[in-house]
Ligand binder design. Sequence first.
Ligand code: SAH
Ligand code: SF4
Length: 351
Amino acid sequence: MSRPTRYGASRDDLAALLADEPRYRLDQVWSGLYEQLAGPEELTNLPKGVRALVESALPLELEAVTEQTSDRGETVKWLWALVDGTRVETVLMHYAGRSTVCVSSQAGCAMGCTFCATGQAGFDRQLTTGEIVEQVVRAGRRARDDGRRLSNVVFMGMGEPLANYDPTWAAIERLHADLGLSARHLTVSTVGIVPGIRRLAAEALPVNLAVSLHAADDALRDELVPINRRYPLSTLMDACAGYLLAKGRRLSFEWALIDGVNDRDVDVRNLIERARSLPLPAHVNLIPLNPTPGYAVRGTPPSRVRDFAAQLRQGGVNATIRKTRGTDIDAACGQLRAEHAITEVVVAPRG
Ligand code: SAH
Ligand code: SF4
């Protein structure tokens, strides 16, 4: 196994590290890290030697390259450098009554969705459980410092969580068991990896499932979301129905509205039909497309977004229009990293 890290280490790893200490130290350190979201140096109930041991034997894995805030402090976005220099993003969003962190599950993504900045840049590597959990802990600490409490986690940052199943699921179990986040406050967003959805349906924890649909007919979905050629809509809907039946929980469809591409009347009709084909109609989250450098189509104008939502509701499908957060800091999937890469190219030759 590779070297243990701060949030990659299991309780057994920590027990081994503290083997020479009294038993209760294990609980003190573990609850310090996960319940108090504290760094070892803050655990003043521990002897200095133990603090130093944990600090040096279990290093952090994320170093902030940039931290930006927008929406009057309600959105915080980090670009992190991992130990090998790989870069990933995390976004924290405060709302009335809750704070949500959007985490990355992979560095880059191999799924190649045409409209997505992460997809355009390609795949770097899988994230480990420790790297995923640390994103949540670091955001949780920031929420606490902002006088808030982190309550929700969504896997909607960079990468496809179900293409990195085991580390992602281990992270979810850690968030549930040790950070005390309830399953209904954890959401996995997938492009539609059918075997992953089936595995998720068989897990004990009933997390929320969001499926990034974006198109409700195969011809269009093949274009926007290439993995549709492997798992076409009929197969995907079947897996979604299986998830619903296993969990008894409403499922949601994500729909990035793209001007003239998937916002036509025929798209509304197809979407209504798909959403209502499930045992419990899917809830639709509409997100006006965030423009990305590699895709020359605009987001749907606001009036048409409202109209699209109204048509869905008339058709018996609930829909929410997602406000885009942090557009002034490029807080959409993969965009901060893309923007930063451009800046670096420009800045580097000057020295
Ligand atoms: N890979 C997973 C989770 C990460 S993407 C998935 O695809 O579901 C999180 C969400 O952001 C997805 O619904 C994705 O389709 C959406 N998204 C990607 N690029 C976008 C863009 N340019 N504008 C709006 N939404 C986008
Ligand atoms: Fe990957 Fe999701 Fe972006 Fe598609 S939308 S390329 S699956 S991160």
